[in-house]
Design a protein around this ligand. Structure first.
Ligand SMILES: Nc1ncnc2c1ncn2[C@@H]1O[C@H](COP(=O)(O)OP(=O)(O)O)[C@@H](O)[C@H]1O
Ligand SMILES: [Mg+2]
Length: 344
């Protein structure tokens, strides 16, 4: 009998030890995994151009150079083809000394103020989350930025459908892109140029067209032409334009409150609002980014609560962009852990 129980012990002990070791190994792996996600964000900040202010460095350049000014832009930047056109800018793929760049020209003189506002914001907000400024020419109404071959976030589905990127079409990458998007909002809401509202976002398509997909599948914001400043302590609120906004994509406080009463829209009577309009739009943009990828349903399930809060009719009850980032990162960790447990 004693012999029997000791033989059971000698069998059970190694199994228990083995399980414990596997458990410790898997926890270490999860830790490393999460650490890698954080580090990739940090690395991006540290290595982003790494230039002094008013300088740039394209991925194809060895050293930083000062922003290009009119003479260089006129002499050295050659248009190759039109790659984008919004209301304010015509955007061309261009060549500067063998480097690919994007050249934006004012599309219509009536939008000159927006164009100049966008340029001043680009200068003030240079960061890893913002497209890199390469140069500008005020008298020529031209802005040169880093070119991102994948174009805007609108192209996400087509880019990930390409054979060479299919391995990146995962919920991990997509949730990371959604986190980038909310990180950009967070940056704008607490930026070096004050609390800025991403106003040029009255529809899903318009919003997606303001962000570019980088080669390493992150996002940068590209169009900063409509970023009015909210001053919470001074009570200064904003309005996104002077025309009536409609539809469900914009926040409820952006709609004409007297619609339905027969009183026509009047900009003077339209109440202003704050950056929480950006928070209202997050669930729709994230839904687009997540697409129909495998594992996406589980992500939506876990994001349900925070997205419900984003859609609060009362803007004050919506979370901040930072709260949303925290929720997204926590959901990422939870799903990685769940998947890992299922694998054991
Ligand atoms: N640096 C860039 N690299 C690649 N595509 C770009 C770049 N800048 C702009 N684009 C393309 O041009 C489009 C319009 O640019 P945007 O700055 O939003 O102009 P607008 O102010 O007229 O809306 C973008 O949606 C994108 O498709
Ligand atoms: Mg635009």
């Amino acid at each position: 009998m004693a012999h029997h129980s000791s033989s059971i012990n000698s069998l059970v002990f190694p199994v228990v030890l083995g399980c414990l070791a596997a458990l410790m190994l898997s926890s270490a792996l999860i830790y490393l995994c999460l650490e890698a996600v954080d580090q990739s964000d940090e690395q991006l900040v540290n290595t982003y151009a790494g230039c002094p202010s008013q300088h740039f460095k394209l991925p194809t350049m060895k050293n930083c150079g000062p922003w290009l000014h009119c003479a260089q832009i006129k002499a050295e930047v050659r248009k190759i083809k039109l790659i984008g056109q919004g209301a304010v800018k015509k955007v061309y793929l261009a060549d500067w000394r063998g480097h690919k760049v994007a050249l934006s020209e004012l599309a219509s003189p009536e939008y000159r103020d927006d164009f100049l506002h966008g340029l001043s914001m680009l200068q003030a907000l240079q960061d890893s989350l913002v497209v890199q400024l390469v140069g500008f020419c005020l008298e020529g109404d031209a802005i040169v930025t880093q070119h991102h071959p994948h174009g805007s976030l609108l192209n996400l589905k087509d880019v990930l459908a390409q054979q060479k990127y299919q391995h990146l079409d995962t919920w991990h990458i997509r949730l990371r892109l959604a986190t980038d998007y909310v990180s950009i909002l967070n940056y704008l809401h607490s930026s070096p140029a004050g609390r800025r509202v991403m106003c040029d976002s009255n529809s899903l398509e318009k919003t997606l067209s303001q962000f570019l997909l980088t080669n390493d599948f992150h996002l940068v914001v590209n169009d900063l032409d409509a970023l009015p400043e909210v001053n919470p302590s001074g009570g200064a609120l904003v309005k996104c334009g002077s025309r009536e906004l409609t539809g469900q994509f914009v926040a409820p406080e952006q709609l004409w409150p007297l619609r339905g009463s027969g009183q026509p829209f009047s900009d003077d009577l339209m109440p202003p609002y704050d950056e929480k309009t950006d928070i209202w739009k997050i669930p729709d943009v994230t839904q687009f980014i997540m697409g129909r990828t495998t594992g996406g349903d589980l992500v939506h399930f876990h994001l349900f609560q925070i997205h419900k809060e984003c859609k609060n009719v009362d803007p004050k009850l919506r979370p901040s962009a930072l709260d949303v980032i925290k929720a997204y990162k926590s959901v990422y960790g939870t799903i990685v852990r769940e998947n890992h447990r299922d694998m054991l």
